[in-house]
Design a protein around this ligand. Structure first.
Ligand SMILES: C[S@@+](CC[C@H](N)C(=O)[O-])C[C@H]1O[C@@H](n2cnc3c(N)ncnc32)[C@H](O)[C@@H]1O
Length: 266
């Protein structure tokens, strides 16, 4: 088990390097996650691991540490109403003559979220000759590798409408399903730390999905993140957050459309 001082040091690193604010009560979680990494390295004492982490000039161990601290739970079409909204928004823009569309999945985990966006947009903008790009970013290199591979168990893909499944996925020899190249080419995966705005993009973006990641951050980081997402969105553009992450009480120029949905005023 971790002693208090070692736990606090891990907490400090998670906060300073990943913006991840771990509460006092997260000792057991940190212990379980760090133990897993220690077993891989055949280290028994958490203080030895902490020392290795602090001395690692390459930054590689820091990436592994942050990988094991974060939770990557996600699924295709999670919070399905956001994808209905994405479809309607894209269609409205198309009707107004827009041809170039840019989107961001800001904590994309293993890819289910940006691929669900790409599937929705493929359907919504089918045949319109639109130029669609989705930037998908995450802190964790481990999930980004999985996202780039785009291979999922068939049960994971169950929520993808049947009509789209055969068109956009192909079977792998071991019975799983892989996102076809056509859909993959719409999504660019990059590593990006949301805790360190300003972000290195210029926008303007149509819709940002920033879901189930704000929970990791304190209000200071949230406020900076929101201000930079505001900068990146087009007037009229949408920001979607997770169901437990309303911006109530946050300093922000966004207008609330309904719970979890915010608009940059036109
Ligand atoms: C629970 S998943 C959410 C995935 C997806 N957005 C969804 O709602 O299904 C949270 C993701 O946030 C990522 N994350 C945590 N801290 C981050 C940071 N500072 N910068 C970028 N991504 C971060 C984690 O690696 C993880 O993949």
């Amino acid at each position: 088990m971790l002693d208090k001082a070692t736990f606090n040091s891990f907490r400090m690193i998670a906060y300073e390097k990943g913006g991840i604010a771990l509460g006092d009560n997260k000792e057991a979680l940190v212990n379980t996650r760090v133990s897993k990494r220690m077993r891989e390295l055949r280290i028994e004492d958490p203080r030895v691991y902490l020392d290795l982490l602090m001395r690692d000039a390459s930054g590689n161990e820091l990436v592994k540490f942050l990988d094991c601290i974060t939770t990557n739970l996600t699924s295709f079409f999670r919070e399905a109403h956001h994808f209905d909204l994405l479809r309607d928004h894209a269609r409205e823009c198309l009707q107004r003559g827009q041809k170039r569309f840019r989107f961001w999945s800001a904590a994309c985990s293993s890819g289910e979220e940006p691929y669900s966006m790409a599937i929705t947009l493929a359907e919504a903008l089918d045949g319109a000759g639109a130029d669609v790009r989705i930037l998908a970013t995450d802190l964790s290199t481990k999930v980004l590798d999985r996202a780039r591979a785009g291979i999922y168990a068939s049960e994971q893909v169950d929520k993808v409408p049947k009509s789209m499944r055969n068109r956009l996925f192909e079977p792998t020899p071991d019975g799983r399903l892989q996102v076809r190249q056509g859909l993959k080419s719409v999504v660019a995966f990059k590593r990006l730390n949301l805790a360190t705005p300003p972000y290195p993009m210029s926008g303007p973006l149509d819709v940002i999905f920033c879901r189930n990641v704000l929970i990791y951050f304190d209000n200071l980081i949230r406020a900076r993140l929101l201000a930079d997402m505001y900068r990146l969105l087009k007037p009229g553009g949408l920001l979607l957050v997770g169901h437990a992450e309303g911006l109530t009480g946050m300093v922000s120029d966004f207008k609330s459309v309904k719970p979890t949905v915010y608009r940059k005023p036109s």
